[in-house]
Design a protein around this ligand. Structure first.
Ligand code: ATP
Ligand code: MG
Length: 375
C-alpha cells in the first residue's frame, strides 16, 4: 500500500495540513511532544478508526476545536495507477458522531471499512505485548484477526455478548440450569475465536522465530497459544466446540461459586519463549528490554506478513520511534529486514536524525515542530 496524500484537519495538534508522501516513505524527525506519534496515529486511524494508543475519539480533536478530519489517498497496486482508494474519517466532539467513508461512500457498518489502508503500526507501547498481561496479547490477536480473518469480528462480538449474559446469571446467583442455558451459544462462538487465534499463532510461529533470530542475530523464539480450555487433540471447529462445551460444563460449579465464567478464550494467553534447554525461557519473565522489544517487533512483522498473504497488499509500515531501545546492530537489521520483506511504504519517526540509520538514508526527511510538518 502506498499512501500518496494525507489531509489533516484538527487532529490532535496537527492543525490543517495537506501532505504528499514520497513513494518509499518518509522519516519524520522532531523533538519530544511535537506531534510525531500524533501523525502516525492519524494515518493509522484510517486503518481501524480508533487511536492505536487507546485514546478516546474526543481526545483526538484539537484543543478548542469540535471536529477532526483525516483523509488519505492510497493505491494498492505496484505502480501509481494501481487500485486507488480514498479513506476518510471525521469525528464531531459535541454530537459524538463519527463519519467514515471509503471512496466517498459511507459503509453500512464501520466494520466494513476496517483494514482498507493495510497498515501496521510499531510503537514503543508494543513491548507490553510481551511484558504485559494476557489481556494485552488477547487484544493484539483480536485486532489482527478482526482485520484479516473474515467472520472473526462477528464471532468475537457474539462471544462477548453471550459471555456477559452468562456472567450476569452467575452474579445473580441463578441455578445451574439457567447458567448453562448459555453454554451452547458460548461454545459455538468461543470455538471460532479459539480456532482463529490458534491457527494464526501456529501458522505464524515459524516466521516469528525467524524474525526474532534475524533481528537479534542470535537465538530463535517461539510462540504458542495457551488456551484455558483443555483442547486435548481437538483440531476442527466442531472438536474445539465440543471440548469447550465440556470445559464449561465442568466448571459450572466453580463458576457459580466465583460468580464468573472461569474458562474460555477470554482467559487464554500466548506464550512467547526463547528457544533453549527444557522449554526455553519465557520472554515475559526473563527477557531483557531489548529482547522483549525484539519479540514485539517480530509479532508486528508477522502481522505485516498476514496482511501480505490475506489481502495481497504490501502493508504500509508505520514505525513510531522503534529504535529507541535497540542497539545499533538490531536497529540496522530491522531496517534490512523491512526491505528484504518487500514491505510497502515506510513512515518512521525519531527524535534525532542519527536514529534513522543506514539504508533508510534513502528516505526523505521531514521535520515537525509544534505540530507543523515541513518537508
Ligand atoms: P515523543 O518524542 O515524546 O514521543 P511526539 O512527537 O511523539 O513526542 P506526540 O505524542 O505526537 O509527541 O504529541 C504530543 C503533543 O500533542 C503534546 O504536546 C500534547 O499536548 C499534544 N496534544 C495531544 N492531544 C492533543 C489535542 N487533542 N489537541 C492539541 N494538542 C494535543
Ligand atoms: Mg511519540
Amino acid at each position: 500500500m502506498r499512501l500518496s496524500r494525507l489531509a489533516l484537519r484538527h487532529f490532535r495538534n496537527l492543525g490543517s495540513q495537506e501532505l504528499e508522501l514520497p513513494a518509499e516513505g518518509v522519516a519524520l524527525i522532531g523533538d519530544n511532544a511535537q506531534g510525531k506519534s500524533n501523525f502516525l496515529e492519524a494515518i493509522y486511524y484510517l486503518e481501524t478508526f480508533r487511536s492505536f494508543r487507546g485514546a478516546r475519539d474526543e481526545q483526538l480533536v484539537g484543543f478548542g476545536e469540535d471536529v477532526f478530519r483525516v483523509v488519505g489517498d492510497g493505491s494498492c497496486g505496484a505502480d501509481e495507477v494501481g487500485d486507488r482508494v480514498q479513506v476518510a474519517a471525521a469525528f464531531e466532539r459535541r454530537g459524538k458522531r463519527k463519519k467514515i467513508s471509503v471512496d466517498g461512500n459511507e459503509p453500512e457498518r464501520i466494520g466494513d471499512a476496517l483494514g482498507r489502508l493495510s497498515a501496521v503500526i510499531f510503537s514503543p507501547a508494543d513491548v507490553e505485548l510481551v511484558s504485559g498481561g494476557p489481556k494485552d496479547r488477547r487484544r493484539f490477536l483480536d485486532i489482527v484477526l478482526s482485520l484479516n480473518e473474515p467472520g472473526y469480528v462477528s464471532a468475537l462480538q457474539d462471544y462477548k455478548r453471550i459471555l456477559a449474559r452468562r456472567n450476569a446469571s452467575l452474579k445473580e446467583g441463578h441455578s445451574a440450569s439457567v447458567v448453562t442455558a448459555w453454554d451452547d451459544g458460548l461454545a459455538r462462538a468461543g470455538a471460532q475465536v479459539i480456532g482463529g487465534r490458534r491457527t494464526w499463532i501456529q501458522g505464524g510461529s515459524d516466521s516469528f522465530g525467524d524474525y526474532y533470530a534475524r533481528v537479534s542475530n542470535d537465538a530463535r523464539a517461539r510462540m504458542t497459544y495457551r488456551s484455558s480450555v483443555d483442547l486435548g487433540g481437538a483440531k476442527t471447529a466442531e472438536e474445539i466446540q465440543t471440548a469447550f462445551h465440556k470445559a464449561l460444563s465442568e466448571s459450572t460449579g466453580k463458576d457459580r461459586r466465583l460468580g464468573t465464567t472461569t474458562v474460555g478464550p477470554h482467559r487464554d494467553d500466548v506464550l512467547l519463549r526463547l528457544d533453549g534447554p527444557r522449554d526455553g525461557l519465557d520472554l515475559r519473565d526473563y527477557g531483557s528490554g531489548g529482547q522483549r522489544r525484539t519479540a514485539a517487533l517480530a509479532l508486528r512483522l508477522v502481522e505485516a506478513r498476514t496482511i501480505r498473504e490475506r489481502r495481497g497488499a504490501m502493508p504500509l509500515m508505520l514505525l513510531d520511534d522503534v529504535f529507541a531501545e535497540l542497539d545499533g546492530g538490531r536497529s540496522e537489521r530491522v531496517l534490512e529486514l523491512m526491505e528484504a520483506e518487500e514491505t510497502g511504504q515506510v513512515v518512521l519517526t525519531a527524535p534525532r536524525e542519527s536514529d534513522v540509520r543506514v539504508k533508510k538514508d534513502a528516505l526523505a526527511r521531514w521535520h515537525i515542530s509544534a505540530g507543523v510538518i515541513s518537508s
